[in-house]
Design a binder for this molecule. Structure first.
Ligand SMILES: Nc1nc2c(ncn2[C@@H]2O[C@H](COP(=O)(O)OP(=O)(O)O)[C@@H](O)[C@H]2O)c(=O)[nH]1
Ligand SMILES: [Mg+2]
Length: 458
């Protein structure tokens, strides 16, 4: 059955069994069990142990190395069959991992139990959550919805936002001045400095200062804070008579000539005005008399398309007066309601520009003695005090009949309009509060002043 010389340990084991069995009452006693049956049972027990040992050693190996599932399968087949089987087809496309020597702590006998590892992981997770959660993770955010266009601010809110800069310069400084102050000579000196360095212009600053001093005297005002309210009232008084939106009913066609320095927003404003009147059912025609800039007529064409207006244009470099003439003639022939002539905007200090504009105006009056019925000056609200000088120059040359103040949605210095209104007897037709078609509003003095003063409160 076995050879004790070649397999001494196993041989000794079976000899011991033989001796045990011979003495055993199971064999020699009253109940006799065949020796072969006992041996078969022992063999079975031995085999079961072997299988369990192998299983345990397999687990230990999987901790020591991290082989791919496929590699493990291949090794087992090799060992158990002794035949080299072909590499099984890889299920995963990823490259196979190289089995690596596990670091000492992984194979060490005193490995922490599963419970210990779990507890450790929970503790670390808690720590991470405590530190990171409040600031960085908070709650897993809902997937971002499609960004909606920002809701349009009310006119007042937009004005207020835009006028912050002026407020910082004028109303903001007034606020600082009046806080906890007595009204005395020193107070008026400081007030004078603030008014003269604001965008109001010296004439208007002087006028406002005089009015404030008079009212303090007449009304026995002692509280400096009252100065703020009085100033607001006085500025509103200057602006109120200048509220007068454009009225085009007095003539058909009503001819408007739009002037202003480069980039103030003439062309954009023309588009906005056209849209407004087109919406009221009026037929509008544009005259592209800015022949100085090559792309000017294309820009006007875009606005014509948007507003549904017709357009008269010639080649770049053409005589702008001729374009204006053609436009008025077309407006008469086509019986349109409103003709708006766009013009070039070189610096107002350039004599040629003013002469060119005068010529355009003169030529139009040849067709209709009253034309243009409106000469609109467009002013950029960011221009500051220089806007007053611009307005004066255009007024002297052309006799302005209306003003438009644009870009009041930006960081505007709307204060200049106070000086312009005070010095020039010209109404403010509209204000521009953005680049879009509907960003044109009638000028409402009280809204404007309120926004100016409210903006300073932040
Ligand atoms: N933010 C803002 N931009 C404006 C406004 N009006 C015009 N603009 C912008 O000012 C720039 C110059 O305008 P444009 O009409 O070409 O000026 P022009 O040279 O006087 O004809 C353009 O980018 C316009 O979009 C306004 O009320 N608000
Ligand atoms: Mg233009």
């Amino acid at each position: 059955m076995y050879d004790p010389t070649t397999w001494p340990t196993v041989g000794a084991f079976f000899e011991a069994i033989d001796r045990f069995l011979e003495a055993s009452p199971l064999i020699n006693g009253p109940v006799s069990i065949p020796l072969s049956a006992v041996l078969a049972l022992l063999l079975l027990w031995g085999l079961l142990r072997l299988v369990r040992l192998r299983a345990a050693s397999g687990e230990a190996q999987s901790v020591e190395t991290a082989p791919d599932e496929d590699i493990q399968d291949a090794e087992i087949t090799e060992e158990t069959t002794g035949v080299m089987e072909p590499e099984p087809t890889a299920v995963h496309p990823e490259p196979k991992l190289e089995a690596v020597e596990a670091p000492a702590e992984l194979v060490a006998e005193d490995q922490p139990s599963d419970e210990e590892i779990e507890a450790e992981l929970e503790a670390v997770a808690d720590e991470v959550f405590e530190e990171v959660l409040p600031e960085e993770i908070v709650v897993e955010p809902e997937p971002e919805p499609e960004p909606k266009p920002a809701p349009k601010l009310s006119l007042f809110a937009r004005l207020r936002k835009g006028l912050t800069k002026t407020a910082g310069g004028l109303v903001g400084r007034i606020d600082q001045l009046v806080r906890g102050r007595k009204i005395d000579d020193e107070f008026f000196e400081e007030l004078e400095e603030i008014l003269f360095t604001a965008d109001l212009g010296p004439t208007t600053a002087e006028k406002l200062l005089t009015h404030l001093q008079e009212r303090v005297r007449e009304e026995n005002i002692e509280d400096a804070v009252m100065i703020r309210d009085i100033l607001q009232e006085e500025i509103a008084k200057i602006l109120r008579p200048h509220e007068a939106p454009l009225d085009v009913e007095s003539s058909k066609p009503f001819i408007v000539m739009v002037v202003g320095v480069n980039g103030v927003g003439k062309t954009t404003t023309i588009g906005k005005i056209a849209k407004k009147f087109a919406d009221e059912g009026k037929r509008v025609i544009f005259g592209a008399a800015d022949t100085f800039r090559a792309a000017a007529d294309e820009q006007l064409q875009v606005w014509a398309d948007r507003a549904g207006a017709e357009i008269i244009k010639q080649k770049p470099g053409a005589d702008p007066a001729a374009v204006a003439y053609d436009t008025v003639q077309a407006a008469v022939n086509r019986e349109v309601d409103l003709a708006i002539i766009d013009t070039a905007g070189r610096l107002h200090t350039k004599h040629n520009l003013m002469e060119e504009l005068k010529k355009i105006k003169r030529v139009m009056s040849k067709l209709d003695a009253a034309a243009p019925h409106e000469v609109l000056l467009v002013l950029d609200a960011n221009t500051g005090q220089n806007a007053i000088q611009q307005a004066k120059s255009f007024h002297e040359a052309l006799g302005l009949t209306g003003l438009i103040l644009t870009k009041l949605d930006g960081t505007a210095k709307g204060g200049c309009i106070v000086g312009i209104c005070d010095e020039l007897e010209v109404p403010v037709r509209y204000i521009g509060i953005g680049e879009q078609m509907d960003d044109l509003r009638p000028f409402i003095a009280d809204d404007f002043v309120q926004a100016l003063f409210e903006a300073a409160k932040g």
